[in-house]
Design a protein around this ligand. Structure first.
Ligand code: PHE
Length: 493
């Protein structure tokens, strides 16, 4: 999960912090985008304006909830709807022949055992300590807000990223590297590239001073030896960045020597470039197998400096795709306090995080993220046999697109005049489910006299599986309106 310095693409925000309030207290939060679900939008440099409020979207919580087979006591922090809890036991990343699982397998193939150990069945409920504190997230980090994260109770939540398991996996110290894939959860917008549940893979590789350092205690030579074992890919990658930047992307001095940081950065970057080359060459073959024309345009990649609370220096890898630079992963050199806390202070590590759904969408040309959750044979049958033979990978052929029907809802914000965009999204998704394709805020204004805030949302209803009748859509929309009134206290205009 990302922190400070903002690059917030509308659709990829870690946590799209937008609040509406009659008299909003405006604070500019600095935050970056994260490794999330796909979009063709590239990353824009912008500043998010955060309106402070403390709204809530949940009806009275049950006192105990069961999530993926485990029971939890809730408290007033609970904000996880039933549709999200239901998704917590789906484990798409482990479902044979599912595109998310296939994508995981393709990436794993570039990080072979026994150097890398695969950890793929960690329970989705973690503590705030695991998800945030263990990684050095400050207490006031916006990612902790209830508007952005699904809480079970005040110190228990659905993990928002796989980094939540870094500390414990470093502590297990079972292999020089690990790849950890899991479902992750974020409150966000509703559109074809966002779903409250998606999947990430965390990867890390460690070197140990006690066994691998030279006589001066330095790991440079050991890391360079491992770098020499990695293949070359022969593709020019744009990387104008120095190995580290003392002010903006610092080395962790004095623990890490400049040459160690340079060597580790090179090993990290080459490993990830090789993985991206693998993914995109598989995508190309999949296209050819489906008889889709492919261009001979060479793969273009570039490294940009980044910020994460748990790595330094940090970078993102971007790939040029259909006219845009697309962020595919975040990575960096693990902050030493994490390894110290994990009981392995003699180790130095790199780590990365990548969104699997987003890569799967590119790989298979799947344009609607809801398809991953669909049980429709027309979807699932297209990937049969691929988990056991990745060479059978074939680009997805879309089946019929059913008509969309949009409806607007305009309302006055009620109560204390504050409301979070994600709360509106959540209510709509939890009532209409996967039949909502997209929700857009189309208008917002304050009443000139009363100062009351009016918002208008356009909801696009479209089933992936069939044509919705008019009556059905109207009923659904009425239910959405009623839920907005009941749960958010708005007044329909
Ligand atoms: N957890 C980060 C995210 O979700 C990605 C990341 C993982 C970055 C590991 C650096 C190292 O955005």
């Amino acid at each position: 999960m990302a922190a400070t310095a903002i690059r917030l693409p509308r659709s990829m925000a870690l946590v799209a912090a937008r609040r509406f309030s009659a008299a909003p207290a405006l604070t500019a939060t600095t935050r970056r985008c994260c490794i999330r679900s796909p979009t063709s939008a590239h990353i824009l440099s912008t500043t998010t304006l955060r309106f402070l409020s403390n709204s809530s979207s949940s009806p009275a919580p049950p006192s105990v909830v069961e999530i993926d087979g485990r029971k939890y006591n809730t408290d007033k922090w609970f904000n996880t709807p039933a549709n999200v809890i239901a998704a917590a036991s789906r484990r798409l990343h482990l479902q044979e022949d599912h595109p998310v699982a296939i994508t995981r397998q393709i990436i794993e193939s570039r990080f072979p055992a026994p150097t890398f150990r695969y950890v793929n069945s960690l329970h989705p409920v973690v503590s705030t300590f695991q998800n945030f504190d263990s990684l050095g997230f400050p207490p006031d980090h916006p990612g902790r807000a209830r508007s952005d994260t699904y809480y079970v109770n005040s110190d228990t939540l659905l993990r928002t990223h796989t980094s939540a398991h870094e500390l414990e996996t470093f502590r297990a110290n079972a292999s020089p590297g690990f790849l950890l894939s899991a479902d992750v959860y974020r409150r966000d917008e509703v559109d074809r590239t966002h779903y409250p549940v998606f999947h990430q893979m965390e990867g890390a590789r460690v070197w140990d001073r006690r066994t691998e350092a030279d006589e001066k205690g330095d790991l440079t030579a050991a890391i360079l030896r491992d770098l020499a074992k990695l293949q070359e890919h022969g593709i020019a990658v744009e990387d104008p960045n120095p190995p580290f930047h003392d002010e903006t992307n610092p080395r962790q001095a004095p623990q890490h020597s400049p040459s160690e940081v340079e060597a580790l950065g090179r090993h990290l970057k080459r490993s990830l470039e090789l993985m991206v080359v693998e993914v995109f060459s598989r995508a190309k073959k999949a296209k050819a197998l489906a008889g889709v024309e492919t261009t001979d345009e060479p793969l273009r990649m570039r490294w940009v400096e980044a910020f994460f609370p748990f790595t330094s220096p940090s970078w993102e890898l971007e790939v040029y795709y259909e006219g845009d630079w697309l962020e595919v992963l975040g990575c960096g050199i693990t902050k030493q306090p994490i390894l110290d806390a994990a009981g392995v202070p003699s180790q130095m590590a790199w780590a990365f995080g990548i969104g699997l759904d987003r890569i799967a969408m590119l790989l298979f040309q799947i344009t609607d993220i809801r398809l991953f959750w669909s049980q429709d044979e027309r979807f699932l049958s297209q990937f049969r046999g691929v988990s056991t033979d990745l060479d059978k990978l074939r680009q997805f052929v879309p089946f019929s697109k059913y008509p969309a029907c949009y409806k607007d809802v305009s309302f006055w914000v009620g109560g204390d005049g504050s409301l979070h965009n994600n709360d509106v999204m959540e209510v709509i998704r939890s009532v209409a489910g996967d039949v909502v394709e997209d929700v857009q805020l189309t208008d917002s204004f304050a009443h000139p006299k009363t100062g009351r805030q009016s918002l208008c949302y356009r909801i696009n209803y479209r089933s992936l599986e069939r044509t919705l009748t008019n009556a059905e859509t109207n009923r659904l929309h009425d239910d959405v309106n009623e839920a907005l009134v009941q749960r958010l206290g708005v007044e329909i205009r």
